[in-house]
Design a protein around this ligand. Structure first.
Ligand SMILES: [Zn+2]
Ligand SMILES: [Zn+2]
Length: 200
């Protein structure tokens, strides 16, 4: 089984969505191996995707039996993704490029399948459970979620980044300003503690 892949601009990197249909999974698993150019998946504005997102893996149908007569069709999606993103250094605000990699093994259940149900018959190995609506799942939606989970909340450009001067705002990695910086002097911090106590 293979999914059509042409060369750019005919591949999905041109922005064509990949919809994983439950109807197709009923016949066979669907393997995917896709590239998404920056912008093809809306990742919000907190960071910038700076290289193609590559993903490969497999989607397959998992049938859950609820009671004697009810069969629930879940989509299991497993694979990996990798891309590079750029976000501002938490100290100096210069752009930092980071590799983002993630393996995923997800189970999507039909929306509403769990309504009123206390117990899930999902094994504990399949910890990550999501929901799909209607006839299937848009691969991009799953990837968006996985990228957002993989992106660090904070990045620093280097371990010893000196950051911005809190007084004048210069980038202390590039230049030295003439502001006094008393915070590192223990005598000053002792004084500051006393002052803080007096104020409360
Ligand atoms: Zn920095
Ligand atoms: Zn300064």
């Amino acid at each position: 089984m293979s999914v059509f892949r042409g060369d750019w601009p005919f591949s999905r990197s041109a922005g064509v969505a990949m919809f994983i249909e439950i109807h197709e999974l009923e016949f066979h698993p669907v393997d995917f191996d896709e590239q998404f150019r920056p912008g093809a998946i809306d990742l919000g504005t907190d960071f910038r995707q700076v290289s193609d997102l590559h993903t490969d893996g497999r989607a397959q149908l998992v049938e859950e039996h609820h009671g004697k007569h009810q069969k629930i069709k879940d989509i299991r999606l497993n694979g990996k993704l990798g891309t590079r993103i750029e976000l501002p250094c938490a100290r100096c605000l210069e752009p930092v490029v980071q590799d983002v990699k993630r393996e995923f093994d997800l189970l999507y259940r039909p929306l509403g399948a769990d309504a009123g149900r206390e117990e899930l018959s999902v094994t504990s190995a399949e910890a990550e459970v999501g929901y799909y609506r209607g006839e299937g799942l848009l691969l991009e939606d799953a990837l968006r979620e996985q990228v957002l989970l993989a992106v660090p909340l904070k990045a620093i450009c280097r371990e010893d980044c000196k950051g911005l001067c809190p007084h004048c705002g210069v980038n202390l990695n590039h230049e030295q300003c003439s502001c006094e910086e008393p915070a590192d002097d223990p005598r000053w911090s002792a004084l500051k503690d006393i002052r803080d106590k007096l104020q409360h």
